[in-house]
Design a protein around this ligand. Structure first.
Ligand code: NAD
Length: 491
């Protein structure tokens, strides 16, 4: 059985303690690999390597040379996309159909930010001061701690690593303890691409044992985190004590809003892709369906019909639509939310429990589940389930749709389904979320900013904005003439 180790200062090394953690295949339920169980000592070694790398060969590379390394990494990822996809599917149960596309697509982030690296320019500022020349330059922050969740380990890491390296920073990565194998494998490609030792490091292990000391390490300049809002808040609080920068990509309770004038069939497919793709284990899950009352019953009937035909089973099979839940604690949490919804009076019209039918193996499948009769103050409408559970809420008009949509603590994304272009623009303006999709859902690109409003987070991944989250601007004043002005008055 393979053991995935840390990667520190250009070497694959076991945990100092020698301890490991078992990694389970969520489909079969069997232990298929082990990962190093890191500690504060391992974190310190990795942060020291990353700090030293900031002063070494890496600092002598110009932005174009950093860009070339990122482009080389993109090529290696494309060449190895099938192997990376296989590991990810084995480790977290995502569909091969999705992962085989995602691992290839990931390369585009490294290309985009590789290309952007030497296009970041300071400015010459036309100030009001005669005889002083003022200009700005953008500089890297230093060592970036990158902490990622289990649902899309490689893609979510890529969203941080590509801009951070393009900007000239170094990295210490802590992947989820449930899904570390693909990140450690990526380190092989980092090495082959030619990044100097210490520029990218990975320490695997538990949140308390690796994440906590990493966030509080004095030599970490910024924490880039994707995960739950609860962990995000703890990280924010810890970082605050050292005035450390953070970016937080947290959870969501995104509304998919369907108006009566929408293309009905397209909207049904969009709602399904929002909540049952990736088995609902995605931050952008459209977990609240807001349906205009006049089409409620017909729409729900068609939705139940289509969702009820989803093939559940082996994530490796190209015919599978819904795979297993990635972790046992997550499985238990989803079942608990289904019980809560029932107790709160919601009406289960599809699924509603573990799936044990054809295609199921292990014991981590949950049926695609739909609740109607949901009120927006019920827990099933307010709290992130992170599973294949949809809450349907009726509305009368635009105003009520907006009121319900915005009445949650999260603000990650929203979908709007309508044939009225004016309405789509009005809705997009009024929704308090970081991403709005109109007549589509779950579209993302390396070119477009992604991130949350409200409790869904701080900062942006992807697009030009993202690189500035990994840079700081310096203002430089140069006297063009020497003067002996009054030293007791501001210049
Ligand atoms: P999690 O918060 O439990 O863990 C995420 C990572 O943080 C793991 O690596 C974990 O070990 C580490 N961690 C946990 N506590 C920590 C602490 N106190 N200090 C430092 N590190 C700590 O989240 P999860 O269960 O792995 O992932 C699911 C969550 O991630 C969901 O809430 C989902 O919405 C969110 N998510 C958000 C986005 C986004 O971009 N907004 C994307 C994917 C997932």
């Amino acid at each position: 059985m393979k053991t995935y180790t840390h990667y520190i200062n250009g070497s694959f090394v076991p945990a100092t303690s020698g301890e490991t953690i078992d990694s389970e295949d969520p489909y079969s339920g069997e232990v298929w690999a082990r990962i190093a169980r890191g500690s504060g000592e391992d974190v310190d070694a990795a942060v020291t390597a990353a700090k030293n790398a900031m002063e070494g060969e890496w600092s002598t590379l110009n932005a174009s040379q950093r860009g070339k390394l990122l482009n080389r990494l993109a090529e290696l990822i494309e060449d190895d996309a099938a192997r990376l996809a296989e590991i990810e599917v084995r480790d977290n149960g995502k569909l091969m159909a999705e992962m085989s596309v995602q691992t290839k697509y990931m390369a585009e982030w490294y290309r985009y930010f590789g290309g952007l690296a030497d296009k970041i320019q300071g400015a010459v500022i036309p100030t009001d001061k005669a005889d002083i020349f003022n200009y700005t330059r953008y500089e890297p922050l230093g060592v970036i701690a990158m902490i990622t969740p289990w649902n899309s380990p490689l893609l979510l890491l890529t969203w941080k690593l590509a801009p951070a390296l393009a900007a000239g920073n170094t990295a210490v990565i802590k992947p989820s303890e449930f899904t570390s194998a693909s990140t450690v494998t990526l380190m092989e490609l980092i090495e082959r691409a030619g990044f100097p030792a210490g520029v990218v490091n990975t320490v695997t292990g538990l949140g308390d044992e690796v994440g906590v000391p990493l966030v509080s390490h004095k030599d970490v300049a910024k924490v880039a985190f994707t995960g739950s809002d609860v962990s995000g808040q703890k990280i924010y609080e810890s970082a605050a004590s050292q005035i450390k920068k953070v970016s937080l990509e947290l959870g969501g309770k995104s509304p998919n809003i369907v108006f009566a004038d929408a293309d009905r069939e397209a909207a049904v497919m969009g709602v399904i892709s929002g909540i049952f793709a990736a088995t609902g284990q995605t931050c952008i899950a459209g977990s609240r369906l807001l349906l205009q009352r006049s089409i409620h019953d017909q729409f729900v009937e068609r939705l139940v019909d289509v969702a009820g035909q989803a093939n559940i089973g082996d994530p490796k099979s190209p015919d599978t639509h819904v795979g297993p839940i990635t972790t046992r604690p997550q499985f238990d949490k989803i079942i608990e939310y289904i019980d809560i919804a029932r107790k709160d009076g919601a009406n289960c019209v599809l699924g509603g429990g573990p799936y044990t039918g054809p295609g199921a193996k292990g014991n981590q499948f949950i049926e695609p589940t739909i609740f109607t009769g949901v009120k927006n103050d019920m827990r099933i409408a307010q709290e992130e389930v992170f599973g294949p559970v949809l809450a349907v809420i009726p509305f009368e008009d635009e105003d009520e749709a907006i009121q319900i949509a915005n009445d949650v603590i999260f603000g990650l994304a929203a979908g709007v389904w309508t044939a009225d272009i004016g309405r789509s623009i009005r809705m997009a303006e009024r929704l308090k979320v970081g991403t709005v999709w109109v007549n589509t859902y779950r579209a993302i690109s390396y070119t477009s900013p992604f991130g949350g409003y409200k409790r869904s987070g701080l900062g942006r991944d992807s697009g030009i904005d993202a690189i500035y989250d990994y840079l700081q601007v310096k203002s430089i004043w140069v006297a063009t003439q020497t003067s002996t002005r009054n030293p007791f008055v501001i210049a």
